[in-house]
Design a protein around this ligand. Structure first.
Ligand code: ASP
Length: 313
C-alpha cells in the first residue's frame, strides 16, 4: 500500500501524482461513511482539529467540521473576528499558543498568500491550507479532481475549461496545477483584465473568447467574480460581463452533449452562471460539495498518519 508521508497540505505543487491518487482513492472509501445511517467511525478518536478561519467561509469550514466529526476527532472553530487577532496578536503568536494546547491538525484560511506555509514551519501540528489569499486552495482542487474522476472515470486526456475571474482565484491556480499534473489539459478564459500575465507558466492555454473555451470541453468550471478582492474596474458593468463571459443555455448549445458544469461556490446567480445552467442536467455543483467532505476526511486521516499506522494493524 502507498504511504502518505506529508505532514502538511499546503499546495498542489508539493503533492506527487501518487499522493494525489492516494488522496482520491482514500476519499472514495470515506464517501461510503457519509451514506450510512450512523455517519461516524472512531478512526480519529482522541485527535484534535482546530479550524482557524480568518476569512468568511460556508462550504469549506462546514465541510472540514463535518469531516472531523465523522471520523470522531474533536474539532474547535475559531474565526478571525472572534480570535485574539483583533487584539493585535500576530499569526505566529496565535499559532504558538494553539500549539501549546497540542492540536493534531490546524486548518487555516487566511487572506495572505503563504500564511499556512509560515505556520507549517513554526508548529509541529499538521497544517491544511483552506485557502490563502489569491494563492492556493488545494482541498478545493482535490475535491474537484475527485468529482470529475467519478463522472468521467479518469482525468487523463480530458479538456478542462476554467472561465471567469482567474486573476483573483486561488481555486483556478490550484485546479490548473492539479488537473495538469493528472494528465488533463486546461484552457483558461477571462476578460483580458482578469487574466494574469504569465499564467501560461502552469502549462495551460489561454483564450478571451468563451465560445472557444466551451467548444470541445469535457468540463466547464465557472468561477465566482471575487468582488471582495477587486480593487478597480475590471469590466464595464455586471450586465456586460454576464453577456460576454457568463454561462447560459444559449452558450451551452455549442458544448459537448456530455459536458460537466462545475463551480466552487458561492455562486453569483445570473452573473457568471445562469440559474438554469447551475441547476440544469449538466451541473455537478452539489456533487462537488458532497465530495468536499470525503476529501477532507481523507486528508485528516492521511496527515494524522492513517497509512503510516496501517502497517501496525
Ligand atoms: N470558496 C472558494 C474560495 O474560498 C471560491 C470562492 O470563494 O469563490 O476560494
Amino acid at each position: 500500500m502507498l504511504k502518505f508521508t506529508k505532514k502538511d497540505i499546503l499546495e498542489i505543487s508539493s503533492l506527487s501524482v501518487d499522493d494525489i491518487s492516494l488522496i482520491l482513492d482514500t476519499a472514495e472509501r470515506m464517501k461510503e461513511i457519509s451514506e450510512r445511517p450512523v455517519k461516524k467511525v472512531p478512526t480519529l478518536r482522541g485527535k484534535t482539529v482546530v479550524l482557524y478561519f480568518y476569512e468568511p467561509s460556508t462550504r469549506t469550514r462546514t465541510s472540514f467540521d463535518i469531516a472531523a466529526k465523522r471520523l470522531s476527532a474533536d474539532s474547535i472553530s475559531l474565526s478571525g473576528s472572534t480570535s485574539s487577532m483583533v487584539k493585535g496578536e500576530t499569526l505566529l503568536d496565535t499559532a504558538r499558543n494553539l500549539e501549546a494546547m497540542k492540536p493534531d491538525v490546524i486548518v487555516l484560511r487566511h487572506p495572505s498568500a503563504g500564511a499556512p506555509h509560515i505556520l507549517a514551519k513554526a508548529v509541529s501540528a499538521s497544517i491544511i491550507n483552506a485557502g490563502d489569499g489569491m494563492h492556493a486552495h488545494p482541498t478545493q482542487a482535490l475535491l474537484d479532481m475527485l468529482t470529475v474522476k467519478q463522472h468521467k472515470g479518469t482525468l487523463s486526456g480530458l479538456r478542462i475549461a476554467i472561465i471567469g475571474d482567474i486573476a483573483h482565484s486561488r481555486v483556478a491556480r490550484s485546479d490548473c496545477e492539479g488537473f495538469i499534473k493528472m494528465g488533463a489539459s486546461v484552457i483558461l478564459c477571462a476578460p483580458p483584465t482578469l487574466m494574469p500575465k504569465g499564467i501560461e507558466f502552469y502549462g495551460v492555454s489561454v483564450t478571451f473568447d468563451i465560445n472557444e473555451a466551451i467548444e470541445g470541453a469535457d468540463v466547464i468550471m465557472m468561477l465566482r467574480i471575487q468582488k471582495e478582492r477587486q480593487s478597480g474596474f475590471f469590466f464595464p458593468s455586471e450586465r456586460e460581463y454576464s453577456r460576454r463571459y457568463g454561462l447560459n443555455l444559449e452558450k451551452l448549445k455549442s458544448a459537448r452533449s456530455d459536458v460537466l458544469i462545475m463551480h466552487p461556490g458561492p455562486i453569483n446567480r445570473g452573473l457568471e452562471i445562469s440559474p438554469d445552467v447551475a441547476d440544469g442536467p449538466h451541473s455537478i455543483i452539489l456533487d462537488q460539495v458532497t465530495n468536499g467532505v470525503a476529501v477532507r476526511m481523507a486528508l485528516l486521516y492521511l496527515v494524522t498518519g492513517g497509512t503510516r499506522n496501517a502497517d501496525s494493524d
